[in-house]
Design a protein around this ligand. Sequence first.
Ligand SMILES: Nc1ncnc2c1ncn2[C@@H]1O[C@H](COP(=O)(O)OP(=O)(O)OP(=O)(O)O)[C@@H](O)[C@H]1O
Ligand SMILES: [Mg+2]
Length: 250
Amino acid sequence: MLDINNIGVSFGGVHALSNVTFTMPDKGISALIGPNGAGKTTLFNVITGFVTPKEGSVKFGGENITGCRSEQVFLKGVSRTFQNLNIIPELTLRENMYLGFIGKEKPSALATMMRVNRGYWKETTNRINECLDFVNVTEYADMTPGSVPYGVLKNFELGRAFMSNPKLLLLDEPAAGLNLAEKENLADMVRKIQSMGICILMVEHDMQFISSLADFVVCLNFGQVIATGTYAQVRENKEVLKAYLGDEDA
Ligand SMILES: Nc1ncnc2c1ncn2[C@@H]1O[C@H](COP(=O)(O)OP(=O)(O)OP(=O)(O)O)[C@@H](O)[C@H]1O
Ligand SMILES: [Mg+2]
């Protein structure tokens, strides 16, 4: 599904990613872990076309997508959530949800008119309602984000990324800031999405959350891959223990 090969990214003197190489399985849920500043979000930005790597390649379904613009990557079937909420404050959640779909439209006026004739708006409205419902946001749909609880907004972001029915869904710290009940609810939604045949790669710091969901784990530290494997394998890895606990405790 996703082949990351020798990716290197620098921001001035900071080597955010160096020689990052791994293959994500074609199915299931994978997790990208590592301490703060390890380069996890930067790698998401490389995959989704927000950052162009100075070296290396990204292949999605066998196709080289390195250097593709973010909207091109989206059209190929990759969607994502952001580490910090990315919701337009002046729009209602329903209107914001539509933005999860908008890149899927073809730009020509004729195509748009044909869609109107074919009930395009009806289909889109149905899909928006379905996604709002799927992530339990329906009762907040006509409110703006400022008057909605944080946990609901996190769910909303998942729903918006799911809106386009992607092949690969990237989630950047989906459980951050959620309480235990909200995390359990999120885990159920993630499992449901995966059971629809959508691959998931998530960045997450909550190890309990990862251990209950992820089939495959990659650990980054200082921009480099230090371990890959099952959660149990990665958890026991000496480099991983050192990265999280420091030399003395490893
Ligand atoms: N746009 C940027 N300009 C300069 N430096 C950046 C930029 N984006 C990231 N960095 C740096 O690159 C490194 C990796 O950052 P990144 O955000 O990818 O880490 P992360 O693993 O997602 O961390 P966290 O767990 O805190 O979210 C850090 O040293 C960060 O300061
Ligand atoms: Mg990050």
